[in-house]
Design a protein around this ligand. Sequence first.
Ligand SMILES: *Cc1c(COP(=O)(O)O)cnc(C)c1O
Length: 338
Amino acid sequence: MITFYPGPSKVYPQVADYAAEAVRSGIVSLNHRSPGFMEVVKEAIHLLHEKLAIPADYHIAFVSSATECWEIVAQSLTGETSLHPYGGAFGKKWAEYAYRIKPPFNLSQADTLCIVQNETSNGTQVNREALAQFRQDFSGLVAVDAVSSMAGVEFDWTLADVWFASVQKCFGLPAGLAMLVYSPDALKRAEAIGENEHYNSLLFIHENFSKYQTPYTPNGLGIYCLMRVLQQIPPIARVAEVTRKRAAAWYAFFEQTMAGSPFNLLISDPAVRSDTVIAVEGSEADVKAMKTAAQQAGILLGNGYGDWKNTTFRIANFPAITDEEIEQLTHFLRTYPT
Ligand SMILES: *Cc1c(COP(=O)(O)O)cnc(C)c1O
């Protein structure tokens, strides 16, 4: 079975070897405050800076999920409350989680702007120009959920103070690890707020990570595999070029080759279409039949999500997917139904 599911998604096949290496070498049995383990954390963070071109003065910490990052932003970085201009299910969820921690009593006092850069639920993205506009219009802290785009597309990191992603999307790794990237201004905000009541309070996390340690026993296997995948992948500029070309090919495929089929692109405005998640719309019956036929052909398509659960399917355009797999799926779609 090949998978185009947009999370959890295809894992790089090499991860099987990396995981075996981690066990055989004893890395996963090391105390997380031992020099050997701290070296792995340090190297993974170094490689994130290098391969993803993250500015040297932006800090990186590992936590367990993007959902945890939503809560960290609310509890440790939001003074009054936050703004959430969203257009899909993940943006809505983030707002709900944040408002439980910092209720929106006075939105005019909002000091944090929360943006989902790539809305996995419906295949839309906030492009660089739009992010730049948000940055210009909002004087507070800008936090970006880049869960399904980080390591797949390029960012101008300076356009936000906080960026985060979990590894089960574009990083091609099994779930259970996330990275929180934060600017010097974000750290200043955390210091001004002084929130230190949680195991995952940002100040406590920061203090630990400045020594390449973690407040709790971390996902050592995940961090090791991340380090190895980062060693393997090309710099982000090259990865992003492939992602962009493949996305353009997918959109052209649905607009041209699939014209006249019962399936249409969910997002008609090219300016907001995602580079990493392609959402395709059809009737409930057509979508169901297509997904079943694909499965019989050994191809797993992504289900719809949220409001689009039954009337769309999604195709991940993540770096771990190969040209051969894409060819297999386009061949299936071109010849469907036969
Ligand atoms: C998958 C996803 C999440 C949730 O990530 P977890 O690691 O499950 O917490 C959040 N935001 C977006 C945009 C996602 O695609």
